[in-house]
Design a protein around this ligand. Sequence first.
Ligand SMILES: O=C(O)C1=C[C@@H](OP(=O)(O)O)[C@@H](O)[C@H](O)C1
Ligand SMILES: C=C(OP(=O)(O)O)C(=O)O
Length: 447
Amino acid sequence: MSGHGTPIPMTARSGHPLSGTANVPGDKSISHRSLILGALSVGETRVTGLLEGEDVLDTAEAMRAFGAQVERDGAAWVIHGVGVGGFREPEDVIDCGNSGTGVRLIMGCMATSPITATFTGDASLRSRPMGRVTDPLGLFGTQAFGRKGGRLPMTIVGAKDPVPVRYELPVPSAQVKSAILLAGLNAPGQTVVVEREATRDHTERMLRGFGAHVQVEDAPEGRVIILDGEPELRAQTIVVPRDPSSAAFPVCAGIIVPGSEVLVPNIGLNPTRAGLFATLREMGADLVFENMREEGGEPVADLRARFNGALKGVEVPPERAASMIDEYPILSVVAAFAEGPTVMRGVKELRVKESDRIDAMAKALRAAGVEVEEGPDWWIVHGRGADGVEGGVVAETRLDHRIAMSCLILGMAARKGMGVDDGSPIATSFPVFETLMGGLGASLSRE
Ligand SMILES: O=C(O)C1=C[C@@H](OP(=O)(O)O)[C@@H](O)[C@H](O)C1
Ligand SMILES: C=C(OP(=O)(O)O)C(=O)O
């Protein structure tokens, strides 16, 4: 599903308070991992609540190409896996579309099998760095042949005789960590990953759930994750929780659109994902966690967000970056409606996402009348207060779903609304965004 079809220009208008309940779709990270671990297990894995966004559907297609059966069965997805080491060689190129998570995790899980696969993606994914994954995979004995700069299309030749690996992550990345752990499944002995900063831990938790032995130790050098190789993974029944990164959009809209009150139920507050919500509360947002509970060993709450017109800029602690890495674009929008500057440091990873997200949002915000300063790994948004953002322009979304959704939310609160040149990337992670926001009362239209 490489590339998107015809661009879909969209416009958001202001003056429409939001109210009601927003049931956001399933978590993207957990959805990818459910399909991949299901494919690497023996038996039938059943998944409900799977995110049916393009990124995840591309991963489902890839798992079929490696030999697993993946079918939709009513509301559930059913996977008949081939077991660790059971992947067959795909007959064609694997197209991961727009998905960094998809391509990097799948490269990892085939890297220690004696097969070869070629990967590609859309123009955004073909511009993203893959060396961060293929360098550590090389330590297992895997070979990678890609374009200059370690870009897709890229052919991965799996290691015939993999050796276990110990690797310290040079960048805080759950995708790199996960690729190494998935490769370690088909290597003998123990594979060890050390991360200085904790990144989302879904792979570790889910591997345990599927029966692998994974130890996590806090050591002076960081979080040390030790996986015992060659386990037999057992098929599971999985209920995918709702995605906090998608919840961020109706929550932030509720906070900045005058007169709004929005309830976003059943959102996982795993500390490796919840940095945005802590930051919003520090900014003075009226954001309440209702009905706090535990589900599947994870903290879950219903989020109630209300407009109060009293946001102030904050300094976001750099050590919080990994726990809200996908939420900086929408945070920058909230920051535009606060009083004073919001300072975001330690965020150079934002420059290698679906787009350079600092550059994309800085240009959109400036065009909308907001002052933004930026450096290689930091940016500052100078807030203009609750009704101080002009808007009235069309932002470039650069094949980046989070930029598209962030700019549309900006338009719901800016005096003159806001357009985007292409809303089609939204379908990669949040295919029901338009209907869900419309159901809350937002005025969103396609041109
Ligand atoms: O592991 C994952 O599911 C993800 C990890 C993050 O990427 P990095 O590992 O590049 O930080 C995040 O941006 C992405 O949306 C999902
Ligand atoms: C960065 C993202 O995804 P991926 O890396 O999987 O393309 C995202 O969803 O914001």
